[in-house]
Ligand binder design. Structure first.
Ligand code: ADP
Ligand code: TRP
Length: 335
């Protein structure tokens, strides 16, 4: 089984990235050939500074490794090191209906929030589909916000196969029941419902673009400030606390081991303790969960040559797989 996922290098990693995506990456690396990359070409849709792009790319690589990605099992690489992503982007683009792109949520949301509507932002889902299809990926672990992109990747793979594979039947994509197998495999999204949407400190989805994150590798001071600043309502100290639409409650539930959470939940519902007590508890949980990774992050950050070696070795392995797939694609389209 091939497992593939990427994270954009458009900012520092946060709790949403970890629980929504990276924790699943780490678990899945035991279950098949995993490929994890830093989507530094995607990041160009928001980062317009070469030095910053380089620095963030390195930071994401260090973060992946610090959190437990094992380069002996999973292939870790930079998107820009495997040119086949960009080649398939173009070839696939020739079967993508414009209306699919203009209807894509992420594009509409970003433009509604004031990002200027450039071609790169518009075409972003096509590059993402190419990232996935260029490895014949079976499984793509992502957060809920990426579900539509996976559906588009499947639709376009089907369109491609229908156009270029004689005898291809969409109801038999692997050719198990008499049809011809597709050249592009239809990927499945892997979304963990319990962490599908991790709330940020303001209660909206936690996101680099909303300035509401709790950074995994921020300084102690930055992390404390973010956690102590989680938005709460004016429920008095003695009263039971509301459990709905309360980001502090949701984050405690996400981070506490289940047995510990049952006790927190009881106290939360009983009243008698203020939000400050629970915030302090979340801060302790944060450190208990991430301090080992934070220490590894600091070590790896100080050894850029070792990280570069991992990325280059990863690129060699990834390119080999991508080239096998592209040979089939090129032959199918006649280039
Ligand atoms: P951001 O929204 O901060 O820019 P990315 O779009 O780079 O994050 O997301 C990288 C991965 O992390 C994706 O798989 C995405 O679905 C997941 N992810 C990001 N934010 C959250 C969140 N708040 N809850 C769950 N998953 C998330
Ligand atoms: N679009 C994804 C995000 O914002 C990042 C990404 C790019 C990705 N290419 C991918 C994720 C391929 C999974 C597979 O999070």
């Amino acid at each position: 089984m091939r497992i593939l996922a990427g994270i954009q290098s458009s900012g520092r990693l946060h709790l949403g990235n970890y629980y929504g995506a990276i924790r699943q990456f780490i678990e899945l690396q035991e279950r098949g050939q995993a490929l994890y990359f830093i989507a530094n070409l995607h990041a160009l849709t928001s980062v317009r500074d070469g030095a910053r792009n380089r620095e963030l790319t390195q930071d994401i690589a260090v973060s992946y490794l610090a959190l437990g990605l094992d380069p002996a099992r999973a292939i870790l690489f930079r998107q820009s090191d495997v040119l086949e992503h960009s080649e398939l982007f173009w070839i696939l683009g020739s079967v993508v209906p414009l209306s699919d792109l203009s209807n894509a949520h992420s594009y509409k949301d970003k433009v509604a929030r004031g990002q200027s509507p450039e071609f790169g932002l518009f075409a972003y889902p096509v590059l993402m589909a190419a990232d996935i299809l260029v490895y014949g990926s079976h499984l793509v672990p992502v957060g809920q916000d990426q579900r539509q992109h996976l559906e588009l990747a499947r639709d376009w793979a089907t369109k491609f196969n229908l156009a270029y594979v004689p005898g291809y039947r969409p109801d038999d994509p692997e050719g198990l029941r008499g049809g011809s197998p597709g050249v592009l495999r239809l990927p499945e999204a892997h979304i963990l419902e319990s962490a599908a949407v991790v709330p940020g400190t303001d209660g909206q989805k936690m996101s680099k673009s909303y300035d509401n994150t709790i950074e995994l590798f921020g300084s102690d001071k930055v992390v404390k400030k973010a956690i102590m600043g989680i938005k709460t309502d004016s429920t008095p100290v003695e009263a039971p606390k509301p459990t709905v639409d309360n980001p502090l409650y949701a984050l405690l539930k996400l981070m506490a081991p289940p047995g510990d959470f049952a006790r927190i939940d009881e106290r939360w519902r009983a009243g008698g303790e203020g939000y400050g007590v629970f915030k302090k508890e979340l801060l302790d949980l944060f450190h208990a969960t991430f301090d080992a990774a934070r220490a590894r992050h600091a070590e790896l950050h100080a050894d850029p040559a070792a990280v570069e070696a991992v990325l280059q070795a990863g690129a060699v392995r990834a390119r080999e797989l991508a080239q096998q797939q592209m040979a089939l694609v090129r032959r199918a389209v006649g280039v």
